[in-house]
Design a protein. Structure first.
Length: 79
């Protein structure tokens, strides 16, 4: 296990190969933040310019507080 940590798991010759490695922090962090910003921008455009696009049409029927729809029945213990 010590030899594995010394040389690396994908290096059978034991020669250090730092030239083909990409550091995580500046590259992948910026890439992930940019992807998150693009996703947030797309969701904000959807919400701000067409908020009714994904809405259910039943939500636009005006409610009548004096009548209960016939399919709504109370539970048996409330009868």
């Amino acid at each position: 296990l010590l030899f594995l940590h010394e040389t690396g798991s994908n290096n059978p010759s034991g020669i250090t190969s730092d030239s083909d490695k990409v550091p995580f922090h500046p590259y992948y962090t910026i890439k992930d933040i940019l992807g998150l910003l693009v996703l947030i921008l797309m969701l904000m455009l959807l919400v701000l310019f067409s908020p009714d696009l994904l809405g259910d049409p039943d939500n636009y029927i005006p409610a009548n507080p004096l009548s209960t729809p016939p399919h709504i029945k109370p539970e048996w213990y409330f009868l």
